[in-house]
Design a binder for this molecule. Structure first.
Ligand SMILES: NC(=O)c1ccc[n+]([C@@H]2O[C@H](COP(=O)([O-])OP(=O)(O)OC[C@H]3O[C@@H](n4cnc5c(N)ncnc54)[C@H](OP(=O)(O)O)[C@@H]3O)[C@@H](O)[C@H]2O)c1
Length: 312
């Protein structure tokens, strides 16, 4: 359990995976008392960076009530799964049910300073090259449909101030033996460093954002008294194809770019992704504190991340 008390009060982060862990690390670094909650213990011990962990199946309303009574959060971040787009496509009913049930429990929670849900660009059909907050939603896959339903539920039912933060593809370092699907950067980097070819679509476009930047923006939303809109988009500053991005990763790692083999999106695991999963924002720039957050482009972030993969 996060034992510290700090300005802003305790934060409960529901989901202790890739994004949840980095968010907890950032908030703990800012001096907030943070508790992660998920069904299984996270791979990296939260105690190592000053946070805590508690067991929770967020689809169980009674379990959510127990954890809330234990942690007494002032803010909650919903960043739980199911998050694997391919798994959701094969299990659409389970995916929708899980996201709706978890959201409903926390939307009913009074007295929070803020409740933030991390959502996705998959709520759009991907026809437009880039979507802003005002763009009409039309999910193209089961994952996007489940997340959109949860967004609607949150904003319709939340009794505390609530914000949906839609983020584009999130990336950063993950170990090869994480025991789960890896983010695109990590998956490419490990394969390239083993000298294995990487097949990447040259017709699937994204505005990828480093996980540290997602955590920094989420922390801003949780600042007490911050004037925050109900809906915000967070994409990286560049729109890249997966194949182009993979070549950038190869360059940063110092391995031959020829290992990257461009393929059509329809032929592989990206078949259920829209052509464009790209976000821009008409609102984020006006958020107090954003002037101190420099969102990194793919080349700069690849060079920074190379060290974590043993290069650079
Ligand atoms: N990664 C991205 O690129 C990205 C982009 C946009 C939005 N998002 C959103 O961010 C969220 C997390 O993504 P991620 O990449 O961090 O996923 P992840 O690494 O797969 O982590 C998901 C976490 O949720 C937990 N979880 C799953 N079912 C749960 C349940 N019923 N109750 C409590 N915890 C549960 C998992 O732990 P257990 O299985 O042990 O419970 C795990 O800790 C997702 O909602 C996703 O839609 C991610």
């Amino acid at each position: 359990m996060g034992a510290r008390t700090a300005a802003g009060g305790p934060v409960l982060v529901v989901g202790s995976g890739f994004v949840g862990t980095e968010t907890a690390r950032r908030l703990a670094g800012e001096g907030r008392a943070v508790t992660l909650a998920s069904r299984g213990r996270p791979a990296s011990p939260p105690e190592a960076y000053g946070a805590g962990w508690t067991a929770l199946d967020a689809t169980d309303p009674a379990a959510c009530a127990r954890v809330v009574a234990e942690v007494r959060p002032r803010a909650v971040v919903l960043v739980h799964g199911p998050s694997d787009v391919t798994w959701c496509e094969a299990h659409p009913v389970e995916a929708a049910r899980a996201h709706a049930a978890a959201t409903a429990s926390f939307a009913a929670l009074p007295g929070l300073d803020r409740l933030v849900m991390i959502s996705t660009d998959n709520v759009f059909d991907g026809v437009a090259p880039v979507c802003v907050e005002e763009s009409p939603t039309a999910p193209a896959n089961a994952y996007g449909a489940a997340k959109l339903r949860a967004e609607e539920l949150l904003l319709a039912r939340a009794v505390s101030p609530a914000t949906v933060l839609r983020v584009s593809l999130v990336y950063g370092h993950e170990p090869a033996d994480a025991g789960k699907w890896l983010n695109f950067f990590a998956s490419c980097a490990h394969r390239l460093l083993r000298g294995e070819p990487v097949e990447a679509p040259d017709d699937q476009w994204t505005t990828p954002v480093p996980v540290a930047d997602v955590a920094a923006v989420t922390a801003l939303l949780l600042r007490p008294g911050a004037a925050v809109p109900e809906l915000l988009h967070l994409g990286g500053p560049e729109r890249v194809s997966r194949a182009g991005w993979a070549r950038e990763i190869a360059r940063a790692l110092g391995v031959p770019e020829e290992l990257v083999r461009p393929v059509p999106r329809a032929s592989g695991r990206y078949a259920s992704r829209p052509e464009n999963t790209c976000l821009a924002s008409t609102r984020l720039g006006a958020m107090p504190g954003m002037e101190a957050v420099a969102l990194r482009g793919v080349a700069a972030a690849a060079r920074e991340l190379a060290g974590a993969f043993g290069r650079g």
